[in-house]
Design a protein around this ligand. Structure first.
Ligand code: MG
Length: 455
């Protein structure tokens, strides 16, 4: 799985990810898609190189005989909803939370769900083969479809407890970060019956307001807006709006892990299984244990999570909620896809009898530390991974190497792994005791940095 990584194809547009390569991927995907459908939906987020890649992808699909519905700028979950409604596969041109210069490609099937690892591998193995191009008079046609965002909002409105949220008379401050969610979330929450305040709500692929990644350091303005507008909740999305991150009514950032734990506690019954990734928080571990449910851990990346949910559900295991602490949450009974707006609406349902700060209060008191250690060359990456391996084998901890190295210390855990999408090695640690988390993360980060600098 070299091409699709843990969450699709990503790279710096035009240098790492070229239009020619996007066209090849589309041809390879088109021949796998052709087994189910001769029509494919193509959407994109707001990135400045988005249209260019949509054109390349459309050309690639049409050249192998697929008709194309160009659905324009929409959140990834809106494209997925359209694919499910129309029973056609889809291609999303997005680099999700990556910086503006990046772009990427995600694929979904006729069920609106990300392709399974097996099918992605088949697409991948097609990429280097000569494509089976259609004869000249059987090439695909393309048309514009501009109803996807509206249909997405309508379906979502039907799926949530709209009256309950409206009765709570909530004010929500929304920061779509100039991404695709700008076209759907403000209108959606107005329709739900909330008073909506916005920031960075004009679609703009240069992302002038903030970096598309919805992490605390990029969201100061949203915190200020929550306080200034006396909002009950702040909602931030990433570039393709499949994630939601929250601020409480005091304008305080809510850790993604705490929001996931609160949503999970509300959703989970004994005997259920929750799927999350190996960087999952102790908060989720504690919620699952309290309820008497099971926790299933996968490598990091939404593809692994959706694949695991599918397998568990096929075996009859109930999985009412899944996701990661980065705001990417899945409610499989609604759709087997991450959905920032749906997640935010479900969080609003928790605010009908108490404020956000109280909803997440039981999940406070944990301290997360993260280090991102950048590298430039493959040799450095290799040395950094060796250093992690060595530190893991010397540590007085239980080691899980599902994806990177998760070290369980009992009172704390640490994860060290190279990113699947960026030239970065990430080190996370979590403990109830802040010093303990910092100490563990720093020791690992120092070892990794020293290994990098030695190459
Ligand atoms: Mg995303």
């Amino acid at each position: 799985m070299d091409v699709f990584g843990s969450s699709g194809v990503r790279g710096v547009a035009l240098s790492e990810l070229t239009p020619a390569y996007a066209l090849r991927i589309a041809q390879a995907a088109g021949s796998v898609f052709a087994e189910d459908s001769d029509r494919v939906a193509v959407g994109r987020d707001t990135r400045t190189t988005g249209q260019l890649f949509v054109d390349a992808v459309t050309s690639g699909l049409a050249s192998v005989g697929c008709d194309v519905d160009r659905v324009g700028i929409v959140p990834t979950p809106a494209l997925q909803a359209y694919c499910e409604q129309e029973n056609i596969p889809g291609v999303m041109v997005t680099a999700s939370h990556n910086p503006p210069e990046y772009n990427g490609i995600k694929l979904c099937g006729t069920d609106g769900v990300e392709l399974t690892r097996d099918r992605l591998e088949r697409v991948e193995s097609n990429i280097d083969d000569t494509p089976e191009r259609a004869v000249w008079n059987e090439s695909g046609a393309s048309r514009h479809v501009d109803t996807v965002a509206r249909r997405y909002r309508e379906q979502l409105l039907d799926a949530i407890d709209r009256e309950r949220i409206a009765a709570a008379d909530l004010t929500v401050a929304i920061d779509p970060g100039n991404g695709a969610g700008a076209l759907t979330s403000p209108e959606l929450f107005t329709d739900i019956g909330c008073t909506v305040k916005t920031i960075n709500a004009q679609p703009d692929g240069t992302f002038p307001g903030r970096n598309p990644e919805p992490v605390r350091e990029n969201l100061d303005d949203l915190g200020r807006l929550v306080r200034a507008s006396d909002a009950d909740l702040g909602i931030a999305h990433d570039g393709d709006a499949d994630r939601a991150i929250f601020f409480d009514e005091r304008g305080e950032f809510i850790e993604g892990d705490a929001a996931l734990a609160a949503l999970t506690a509300a959703e989970l019954d004994a005997g259920d299984t929750v799927v999350s990734a190996v960087n999952t928080s102790q908060r989720l571990v504690d919620v699952v244990e309290d309820v008497g449910a099971e926790l299933h851990l996968t490598p990091i990346g939404s593809t692994y999570i959706t694949t695991a949910i599918r397998e568990l559900r096929d075996d009859g295991v109930p999985v009412p909620i899944a996701g990661e602490g980065n705001g990417g949450i899945i409610f499989p009974d609604y759709r087997l896809a991450r959905d920032g707006a749906y997640t935010a609406a479900r969080f609003c349902e928790l605010l009908t009898d108490r404020p956000a700060s109280e909803v997440v209060a039981p999940y406070g008191g944990y301290h997360n530390v993260r280090h991102n250690i950048h590298y430039e060359r493959a040799a450095q990456r290799e040395a950094m991974v060796e250093a992690i391996e060595e530190a893991a084998s010397d540590a007085d901890a239980e080691v899980d190497d599902t994806d990177g190295y998760r070290l369980e210390y009992g009172d704390a855990w640490l994860l060290a792994r190279p990113s699947g999408t960026e030239p970065v090695v990430r080190v996370y640690a979590e403990a109830r005791d802040r010093d303990r988390a910092e100490e563990l993360a720093e020791a690992m980060a120092d070892a990794v940095e020293a290994a990098r600098d030695a190459r």
